[in-house]
Design a protein around this ligand. Structure first.
Ligand code: ZN
Length: 145
């Protein structure tokens, strides 16, 4: 069943991530420091290397690909909600190599920032909590009734 809740835009943060930092870790720490529990993130920039995931729907597990070369972040889009009582960022990314070839997937830890400019929209409203979902075996949002 399709489910949704109304959310309330509160504020927007814009900034740059530290050179050499882990992209997801750095954004998550920002959410913890700023007490952000619900939101949206977008970013552009470049990574020194990255690990991206593809969810194998048959096997019900992520397959990860390590890409050990510099790439442009042509688009990163993600959301912030709560998992295991902490802010959790779920982000997908499209990257381009020096020839302009694109690759993309689910952002895993190990994305090392070369430069990254982000915009983070902070929302208020109901708590969005990730819980185990039986039909996908993923941690998806479970809404309070
Ligand atoms: Zn994903």
């Amino acid at each position: 069943m399709t489910k949704w809740k109304q959310i309330i835009p509160q504020r927007t943060i814009m900034g740059t991530l530290k050179h050499g930092s882990d992209l997801l870790e750095e954004l998550t720490q920002l959410c913890v420091r700023e007490n952000i529990t619900l939101g949206r993130v977008q970013a552009i920039g470049a990574v020194q290397k990255i690990t991206i995931g593809f969810y194998d729907q048959e096997r019900r597990e992520y397959r990860f690909q390590n890409i050990g070369q510099p790439l442009e972040i042509t688009n990163l889009i993600g959301n912030i909600s709560i998992k295991d009582d902490k802010p959790f960022i779920h982000a997908h990314i499209t990257l381009a190599d020096e020839e302009g070839n694109a690759i993309g997937g689910h952002v895993a830890s190990g994305a090392i920032v070369f430069a990254c400019e982000f915009i983070l929209e902070v929302y208020g409203g109901p708590v969005f909590t990730r819980c185990f979902d039986e039909s996908t075996e993923l941690a998806l949002w479970r809404f309070p009734d």
